[in-house]
Design a protein around this ligand. Structure first.
Ligand code: AMP
Ligand code: ZN
Length: 117
């Protein structure tokens, strides 16, 4: 699977940096956020290194669907699917992206405001 040598999340996927793994299959990896902003805060990343949503290619359409389907599965597994949860992709600095390997945040276990800050 394509890795980027200096990427934090590539290192988490390959085990070089430890994480609290929630789920893994051949195309995605999910783990607990190290600095949670909600009682449940899990990140889902593709194993393929993609820096931002802007770098998605047509061939990644199935993979992006897979990421959302994985979020649905984890939300059900964590028991937050009925009460509700929030999914967030931050794209680029102004939106709050700090790690440049795309990741879907699953946030749950509390009430969220709208619009986000
Ligand atoms: P973003 O700001 O959308 O790029 O999200 C990056 C997320 O990665 C933040 O919520 C961080 O708390 C989280 N994070 C950074 N380093 C680690 C790590 N080593 N293990 C787990 N989560 C991390
Ligand atoms: Zn990466």
């Amino acid at each position: 699977m394509s890795e980027s040598p200096d990427c934090l999340f590539c290192k988490i996927i390959n085990g070089e940096i430890p994480s609290k793994k929630v789920y893994e299959d051949d195309s995605v990896f999910a783990f607990e956020d190290i600095n949670p902003v909600a009682p449940i805060h899990i990140l889902i990343v593709p194993k393929k290194h993609i820096a931002t949503l802007n770098e998605l290619e047509d061939e990644d359409t199935e993979l992006t669907g897979k990421i959302v389907q994985t979020a649905k599965m984890i939300a059900a597994d964590k028991g937050i699917n009925e009460e509700g949860y929030r999914l967030i992709f931050n794209c680029q600095e102004k939106a709050g992206q700090t790690v440049f390997h795309i990741h879907l945040h699953i946030l749950g276990g509390r009430t969220f405001g709208w619009p986000p800050g």
